[in-house]
Design a protein around this ligand. Structure first.
Ligand code: PLP
Length: 404
């Protein structure tokens, strides 16, 4: 068969990569092999929570690497217990299951909800309600949960049991939640890939009520929003509406592949010995890094500082949007999960930002995502703002020409 692409790389051609290869990083800064420096506000897609090469994380990882890498879950892993204790002490949850990725944390969340219904005498309840614009990962079940045609096409029958509702449609939600086969409602408190779209607290409260009334579990996908990204430990804590099950990943490993499914004692009651497992999940290396991330994020005053810096960043961006209304339509997001809703194509803005030395990430709804490390300094925010302004100015039609 003829090869469809002239690309000589042996890699799958699944990514449209920017032509940059990086060698090293330090905090918000990242450097290519040929010595070009960028401010990294893509953050490995909300992963490098504390920037690159954070000394505390490097020390934790290297110390663990010299002792023990992997034992499997045939044996006890003390780092898991410690990390689970800290996660449950600071959230709604009582139990934790560690994974290597966000999608696997979601798979565990979905299985936990279905098993809960199964062991509580409702094996007919297996359907999961989700929302348009959602992103829950790329496994077969999570592309069904996300429901986006572009991710489902050509991969065979869509995994059964996911019903997608329009974003924010109260009537549709009330009707769907009353369905006799529904097990749970799954939602991101702020849609990340969907374009930094916040779910109003009143809508989350309604979901919670409908879960109570209909015997459903509420699952949050906080893979992108968790671990301080929005200025609270988890984004749901802004609204005070707690879930029964929650998936977390990305930032929790600070760059090391790590995810976790958190659940209440009740919600996790079906997940008994042998019902679920993973070879790598929660291995000693991942636990050393996860605990090191929490050492910093849970430190007294750390999240207050994140909120303070996020406010400065967002006010500066809002003022920029005011000055370039033909380029930036609005600023979205919470904490340091920031979205620029663009009037020019987001891909063009991302390229312009790159040209002025800033890395960013795309999102749906023509949004540019800025995902800075939580450790970014005020001085660095000012430097980033100058560069972002340079990029925005490149699109703007000068006032005298616009009115001519
Ligand atoms: C990134 C993401 C996922 C998938 O995580 P992976 O680690 O890529 O499997 C799921 N949900 C949300 C909200 C995400 O942002």
């Amino acid at each position: 068969m003829d090869k469809p692409s002239p690309d000589t790389s042996p890699l799958y051609q699944t990514y449209a990569r920017a032509p940059l290869a990086f060698e090293r990083g330090d905090g918000v800064w990242i450097e290519t092999r040929d010595g070009r420096r960028f401010m990294d506000l893509a953050g490995g897609i909300a992963v490098n929570l504390l920037g690159h090469a954070h000394p505390h994380l490097v020390a934790a990882l290297t110390a663990q690497a010299e002792k023990l890498w992997h034992t499997s879950n045939l044996f006890e892993i003390p780092g898991q217990t410690r990390l689970a204790e800290r996660l449950t002490a600071n959230t709604f949850a009582d139990r934790a299951f560690f994974t290597n990725s966000g999608a696997e944390a979601l798979e565990c969340a979905i299985k936990t909800a279905r098993r809960y219904q199964y062991v509580s005498g409702h094996p007919e309840r297996y359907r999961i309600i989700t929302f348009e614009g959602a992103f829950h990962g790329r496994t077969l079940a999570t592309i069904a949960a996300g429901g986006q045609a572009k991710y489902l096409e050509g991969f065979g029958p869509k995994v059964e049991g996911f019903d997608q509702l329009p974003f924010g449609d109260e009537a549709a939600l009330r009707q769907a939640a009353a369905g006799p086969e529904v097990a749970a409602i799954l939602i991101e408190p702020i849609q990340g890939e969907g374009g930094i779209r916040e779910v109003p607290a009143a809508f989350l409260k309604l979901i919670r009520e409908l879960c109570e009334v209909n015997g459903l579990l509420l699952i949050y996908d906080e893979v992108q929003t968790g671990v301080g990204r929005t200025g609270r430990f988890y984004a749901y804590q802004h609204s005070g509406v707690a879930p029964d099950i929650m998936a977390s990943a990305k930032g929790i490993g600070g760059g090391f592949p790590l995810g976790v499914c958190l659940a209440t004692e009740t919600a996790a009651q079906g997940m008994t010995a042998g019902t679920h497992g993973t070879t790598y999940g929660g291995n000693p290396l991942a636990m050393a890094v996860g605990n090191a991330v929490l050492d910093i994020v849970l430190e007294e005053g750390f999240l207050d500082e994140v909120c303070r810096k996020a406010l400065l960043f967002k006010q500066s961006l809002a003022s920029l949007a005011d000055r370039y209304p033909d380029v930036i339509e609005a600023i979205r997001g919470e904490g340091l999960l920031i979205g620029l809703k663009m009037r020019v194509p987001n891909t063009a803005m991302i390229a312009a930002l790159r040209d002025s030395g800033v890395l960013s990430a795309p999102a749906g709804d023509n949004v540019v995502r800025l995902l800075p490390p939580l450790t970014m300094t005020v001085e660095e925010i000012r430097t980033a703002m100058e560069r972002i302004e340079t990029a925005a100015a490149g699109f703007s039609v000068p006032a005298e020409r616009a009115s001519a």
